[in-house]
Design a protein around this ligand. Structure first.
Ligand SMILES: NC(=O)C1=CN([C@@H]2O[C@H](COP(=O)(O)OP(=O)(O)OC[C@H]3O[C@@H](n4cnc5c(N)ncnc54)[C@H](OP(=O)(O)O)[C@@H]3O)[C@@H](O)[C@H]2O)C=CC1
Ligand SMILES: [Mg+2]
Length: 324
């Protein structure tokens, strides 16, 4: 069976002109048979399921056309859909921002709500969080890359939305991510978590920081830990990576690192972090039990980033190792 993503990806590589019309019709066909995740000014549309959980709302193109018609919008908006990839079921997946339509009217038509992406991350539990995150990042990139940074001329997207091309020089631009190191530091018995003033109340996470130009992962990690909490790390091991849509599109490289139990005194840079603390295994176990962020008026409690974040993965890897 033909994989629509493979067709699209091979078709996006600088096609000879004579093959373009075939590509356009294939892309149209794929869009017609695919499912489209909707956004409004970069907030994804979520629907509540019968079980009370949330899922991103996905529609086929004829449903979206109908919605556009009902709301008095031009069907051509559908052409702005950006290819996200291909599902396990071999179905192409797209995202589309309906920011030019009235938000409440779209919500009513679609029986869902556009929810800020950060909030969505706490509501979505499954594999759809990364999909929504990718969609938002791609839509944001298109919205902020409309002009060539060298010539100032407009850029035009290719059919799939995987690149933009300067209308004057033909320079091709691709979506960008900023590399970030995220690290769980341990002194052997405790692990170190911090919080920025902008985090939701009570939430602690692993330390993170952007890699500077020319730095390798290890250098960025040592510098960030030294800058943020004044510690010198010893052993570094790589765990896994994750695309992260905030603040603009980061590529998180998750690591573990250790410090000598004799040198654990923290010197927190309060311009970067509101607080940083060592946590015992018991404290982490209780924080992992907190199922949802505390509400206003609830007693203060330490809680951790949601399941699909790399920070939480690093923390659970650490707790598993402590029990070995
Ligand atoms: N998944 C998770 O649980 C967590 C994820 N994160 C993510 O990690 C990333 C980095 O975390 P953070 O602690 O804020 O980073 P940093 O510790 O590097 O501090 C942020 C500062 O770095 C400077 N900076 C350098 N390069 C960049 C860049 N490419 N983009 C933006 N700012 C840059 C800015 O300062 P200036 O303007 O002064 O130059 C910015 O205010 C973010 O994407 C954040 O969302 C962070 C913690 C937990
Ligand atoms: Mg930081």
């Amino acid at each position: 069976m033909l994989n629509p993503l493979r067709i699209l990806l091979s078709a996006t590589k600088s096609l000879p002109t004579r093959r373009c019309s075939g590509y356009v019709s294939r892309m149209r066909f794929t869009l017609q048979s695919g499912r489209i995740l909707l956004f409004h000014r970069l907030s994804p549309l979520l629907q509540r399921t019968e079980r009370g959980t949330f899922r991103p709302a996905a529609f086929n193109s004829s449903d979206v056309q109908l919605i556009l018609e009902r709301l008095g919008s031009d069907r051509s908006l559908l052409k702005e859909a950006v290819l996200l990839g291909c599902s396990e079921q071999n179905q192409a997946e797209f995202c589309l921002d309906l920011g030019e339509l009235d938000q409440a009217a779209v919500e009513e038509e679609c029986e869902g709500n556009f929810v800020d992406l950060r909030k969505s991350f706490f509501l979505l539990t499954g594999a759809e969080a990364p999909l929504v995150s990718k969609g938002q990042a791609l839509l944001r990139w298109h919205q902020t890359s409309r002009f060539c940074s060298a010539t100032g001329q407009p850029t035009h997207r290719n059919q799939a939305g995987s690149q933009r091309v300067c209308s004057s020089t033909g320079t091709i631009y691709y979506p960008k991510m900023s590399p970030v190191v995220i690290v769980l530091v341990s002194d052997g018995k405790r692990c170190l978590l911090g919080r920025q003033a902008s985090f939701p109340r009570g939430m602690y996470s692993a330390l993170a920081g952007f890699c500077d130009m020319g730095e390798c992962l290890e250098e960025a990690l040592c510098r960030e830990v030294a800058e943020e909490v004044g510690l010198e790390v010893q052993r570094i091991s790589y765990s896994s990576s994750q695309h992260w849509p905030f603040p603009h599109s980061s590529f998180l490289l998750g690591c573990h690192a250790s410090v000598s139990p004799a040198h654990t005194q923290l010197n927190v840079d309060v311009t970067e972090l509101e607080d940083a603390r060592w946590f015992s295994l018991e404290e982490i176990d209780s924080a992992l039990q907190v199922r949802s962020p505390p509400r206003r008026g609830d007693a203060p409690v330490v809680w951790l980033p949601p399941k699909h974040t790399i920070a939480r993965q690093l923390i659970t890897e650490w707790t598993d190792r402590q029990r070995e």
